[in-house]
Design a protein around this ligand. Structure first.
Ligand SMILES: O=C(O)CCC(=O)C(=O)O
Ligand SMILES: [Fe+2]
Length: 363
């Protein structure tokens, strides 16, 4: 990989200003991947289940596992690759913007999405790279050389994320008293789906005109694995209007649940509202980058309540929803926010996820 990096990866991460110590932060619990994998007691699985039901966000400490070691090393490589990608001229990146074709994948320039029903524009660049493209499930989309020459790095990142997701899915299936392969069987890597790697870059904002870089939303899919170097991500505390920063933690990914997990569990699991604003304190002067892996159910999976276990006992009080497919859910949710298709408050509201649902179980 050419070394044009001006943005520090964690290899040189100490050059970034620290997250301030005097800020209220979101109460994410830390789940140990090693303890989940070693499986010597049920305690870590219970802690994960509790976090998945209450806030829907948690830190996953990946240290002490082979997958975790790969994740952190590969993320360093991808932060460098991300820097190379975002350093390309805007006209070059714009060649890979496929929004007009309603494609979810490819490049999105600054201000090409709305962050609210009034039509306020976003303040970040995004590049979405499809799992199906990287694993040759579908034909590849055109991509710049910096991406096509680094497909192997991206593919390995998918493999690592898939291994970690398999552990999390098995734990959550078992906690719901469903067969342990229940979630994994809805997320087979070789089946077409909306899973993808995302690069995000947000330039520092002028303090006098600050607004959301990325509007409030719940994630559309199943589980999201996020690596942040700087603050800026905020979650809304459940049952309140209060937004608080999530402090990035060394050795940890930030993991959150998306709408599909709410649907599958009949509302037992939580997909929490979040957004991205300027990083706090001195960090606001830096370019903010994040690396995300989104898992989503296979396109043909219908997003409806599963049968059995706690879902039958505790989920939704027996209300049966007519589910849409994961493909339709993704299309509806992303289209309403693209400026090409945004038509005001109604299209914003039409792109909502599961955020309006009350908590069925709070602990
Ligand atoms: O950049 C972040 O910290 C979060 C990004 C996010 O929420 C998303 O891309 O869905
Ligand atoms: Fe998100």
């Amino acid at each position: 990989m050419a070394s044009t990096a001006s943005y520090p990866s964690s290899r040189a991460g100490s050059t970034l200003p620290p997250f301030p110590d005097d800020l209220p932060t979101a109460p994410l619990v830390t789940i140990s991947l090693r303890k989940l994998v070693e499986n010597t007691s049920g305690v870590e699985h219970e802690r994960l289940f509790s976090a998945a039901k209450s806030l829907g966000f948690f830190y996953l400490d990946v240290r002490g596992t082979p997958e975790g070691k790969h994740l952190l090393r590969q993320a360093d490589d991808l932060f460098d690759l991300m820097n190379e990608f975002f350093s390309l001229p805007v006209e070059e990146k714009a060649k890979y913007d496929f929004a007009a074709k309603k494609s979810y994948f490819g490049y999105k320039g600054i201000g090409k999405e709305v962050v609210d029903g009034k039509g306020t524009r976003d303040k970040n660049e995004i590049y979405n790279i499809s799992k199906d493209d990287l694993l040759s499930v579908t034909d590849p989309l055109p991509a710049p050389a910096v991406i096509t020459t680094n497909r192997q790095t991206l593919t390995s990142y998918i493999t690592t994320n898939t291994a970690i997701l398999t552990t999390l899915f098995a734990s959550l299936s078992t906690s719901l008293q469903l067969p342990s392969d229940t979630f994994a069987s809805l997320h087979r890597p070789a089946a077409p789906s909306g899973c993808h790697v995302r690069f995000i870059s947000a330039p520092p904002q002028d303090p006098s005109t600050r607004s959301n870089a990325l509007g409030e939303h719940t994630d559309f899919g199943s589980l999201t694995i996020l690596l942040n170097r700087l603050g800026g991500l905020q979650v809304q505390l459940p049952g309140t209007e209060e937004w608080v920063y999530v402090r990035p933690m060394p050795g940890c990914a930030i993991v959150n649940l998306g709408d599909a997990m709410v649907k599958f569990s009949g509302g037992i699991l939580r997909s929490n509202l979040h957004r991205v604003v300027s990083p706090p304190g001195e960090q606001a002067k830096e370019v903010r980058r994040s690396l995300v892996y989104f898992s989503r159910p296979e396109h043909d999976v219908v997003l409806t309540r599963l049968r059995g276990g706690f879902v039958d006992e505790l989920g939704d009080g027996g209300v049966e929803e007519v589910g849409v497919s994961a493909r339709e859910w993704l299309a509806r949710r992303h289209i309403g926010r693209k400026i090409e298709f945004f038509e005001g408050k109604e299209s914003w509201e039409g792109s909502m996820g599961t955020e309006a649902r009350p908590l069925v179980v709070s602990q």
